[in-house]
Design a protein. Structure first.
Length: 257
């Protein structure tokens, strides 16, 4: 049975696979904010992270299948990200990963300057990178649910991507609470050569996303805050729509407390 066949067979049950425990999710939130995190918010954050990692694993699996393999390698991850920009969610992990240095050449910043290797800090302050190992059990469970395995270095990369993504999600959700809603800056205008530029259209309302302004107290991160953060973390494509839909489904019967 091919990886694609396994993926199709598993697709209907992916929402039943919770690879990241609520206690882990709340621990990550606790590292970036002192706010209370509701049960529904924790479930939504776990669901969004699971959806993102599932898409990354499936894309990596398709790359491996083209070479007749079921075991995923780091180069398969690079291929998946290169084919689908929506999967590029772990850039803060890349500086710490030998995969993106060894297989992608030297690392350069936006100005074209060579980035030196990152020195390990002895600081005991929690960070997404230092805490990436906590995601290993969940990542391995997710890999099994998709019918594939991965070499240890790739498991570590998936751990790191999950960790930095969830940390960013928690940080943005806390910002939504503090600022009372989603704050969007800037706009993109598409211009055809030879034609005058027009004013950018208003940002479209996402029927699956969160409201631009929030209700509730300023001390609790709720489900809608997490969904608003997800719209900030993910591009406005199919992955974001699926992540928001699955998160709402995962919290349908969960109280806000």
């Amino acid at each position: 049975m091919t990886v694609q066949a396994v993926t199709r067979r598993r697709a209907r049950t992916v929402s039943d696979v919770p690879p990241f425990k609520p206690s882990l999710v709340k621990a990550v939130f606790g590292e970036v904010t002192s706010m209370h995190v509701s049960r529904a918010a924790a479930q939504a954050a776990a669901s969004v992270t699971r959806t993102v990692l599932t898409e990354i694993v499936d894309g990596t699996g398709r790359a491996a299948e083209e070479e007749g393999r079921k075991k995923l390698l780091p180069r398969d991850l690079l291929t998946a990200i290169g084919r689908n920009v929506e999967l590029d969610v772990g850039d803060k992990w890349y500086d710490h990963s030998p995969t993106f240095r060894r297989l992608n050449g030297d690392l350069y910043d936006a100005r074209g300057v060579l980035v030196p290797p990152v020195r390990r800090s002895r600081s005991r302050r929690p960070s997404a990178v230092a805490g990436a190992h906590r995601f290993e059990a969940g990542v391995r469970k997710l890999l099994r649910s998709r019918g594939v395995t991965a070499v240890p270095v790739l498991v570590r990369d998936l751990d790191g991507i999950a960790s930095v993504f969830l940390t960013g999600l928690a940080r943005d959700a806390a910002m939504v609470v503090r600022e009372g809603g989603v704050k969007r800056f800037g706009a993109v205008t598409l211009v055809t050569p030879g034609e005058p530029a027009t004013d950018p259209a208003p940002f479209p309302k996402d029927s699956l996303g969160a409201r631009s302004t929030r209700s509730g107290d300023g001390r609790t991160v709720g489900m809608e805050d997490v969904l608003a953060a997800a719209t900030m973390q993910l591009f406005g494509g199919a992955l974001r729509k699926r992540a928001l839909t699955e998160a709402r489904e995962a919290t349908r019967h969960t109280s806000a407390g």
